[in-house]
Design a protein around this ligand. Structure first.
Ligand SMILES: [Zn+2]
Length: 301
């Protein structure tokens, strides 16, 4: 009996330490901004907090091997997409998206401003040295009704027609409205839901939307309620990720410079809860899902 208790105790200990081991594989940062205040110079310069060398070093030391790059204005994305030699050396594949914002004023007006469509079309036509743009966004809708703005409608249709992904920071009501504005009514639209309902969309409602739209994918930065004790997933989120292991992505959301300063912590946080998942599920959420969506080859270990 004593022996049985001891071996059970040892077994429990083994499980605990297995759960505590961080995920160590590659990461796909599916929500990265390289905005102008980060300063997108090639090399360190005075007053330039996060030049290219700095941000690539942060990605490299965290095992981030691919990124969805977008920026306000699009210059930062173009800088990353143009730095072919530097990104190759850092082992980072750049998947460029067209941001809908030239400046902060565009956050509140893009969905009805026809000059945004002109900008998007010009960027799509131009492409980048890292290849064609693969998506539109991130965009925000602070009022979900603006999903029916004329430019929002036009861009949702354009994205589906051209096979572009959408990266949207919106609430659950806007997901339905945006999807309704696509030719397939959301059946064929790849929409990455930034923060997967940051405003507190209940997990059951996320589940309902995932069931309704087969190409709806959830990005998990800034998601309240995602993690609980010891930085591990809360039970209901863990269940949802296990139910849809092919539908989630991780991201840094470097929307302000402070997020660059904490990039190591952000990635460490992901590695912690990814380590609490079955290995194949962790790998899919960390890397495979993004790689599959955008055709990125897996890095050599
Ligand atoms: Zn963002």
């Amino acid at each position: 009996m004593w022996r049985a208790v001891t071996s059970l105790g040892l077994l429990a200990g083994a499980f605990a330490s297995a759960a505590a081991a961080d995920y160590t594989g590659p990461l796909f940062d599916a929500h990265l901004h390289y905005n102008n205040e980060a300063c997108t110079h090639d090399m360190p310069a005075p007053g330039c907090p996060h030049p290219m060398t700095d941000v690539l070093e942060r990605m490299q030391r965290n095992g981030v091997r691919a990124i969805v790059a977008n920026s306000r204005p699009n210059d930062g994305t173009k800088a990353l997409a143009s730095a072919r030699e530097q990104t190759r050396q850092a082992g980072v594949t750049v998947v460029p998206f067209v941001r809908l914002y030239r400046d902060r004023a565009d956050y509140n007006n893009w969905f009805r401003d026809p000059t945004i469509v002109e900008m998007v079309n010009a960027e799509l036509q131009r492409g980048t040295p890292a290849g064609p743009y693969r998506g539109l966004g991130e965009f925000h809708l602070y009022d979900s009704a603006n999903a029916n703005g004329p430019v929002a409608k036009q861009l949702m249709a354009l994205a589906e027609e051209k096979g572009l992904a959408i990266l949207a920071h919106v609430d659950d009501a806007a997901i339905d409205l945006l999807m309704a504005n696509t030719p397939s009514k959301g059946r064929k639209s790849l929409l990455i839901w930034a923060h997967t309902g940051i405003g507190g969309t209940p997990v059951a409602r996320v589940d309902e939307l995932f069931a309704r739209y087969p190409l709806l994918v959830g990005e998990l930065s800034y998601r309240p309620g995602l993690t609980c004790a010891d930085g591990q997933l809360c039970p209901e989120w863990r269940s949802l990720l296990l139910k849809y292991p092919d539908r989630f992505l991780i991201g840094s959301d470097t929307w302000i410079n402070q997020r660059w300063q904490y990039y190591d912590d952000l990635m460490r946080g992901y590695r912690t809860w990814l380590g609490g998942l079955p290995g194949d599920v962790a790998r899919r959420i960390a890397w495979d899902n993004g790689a599959r969506l955008f055709g990125v080859a897996s890095p050599n270990p």
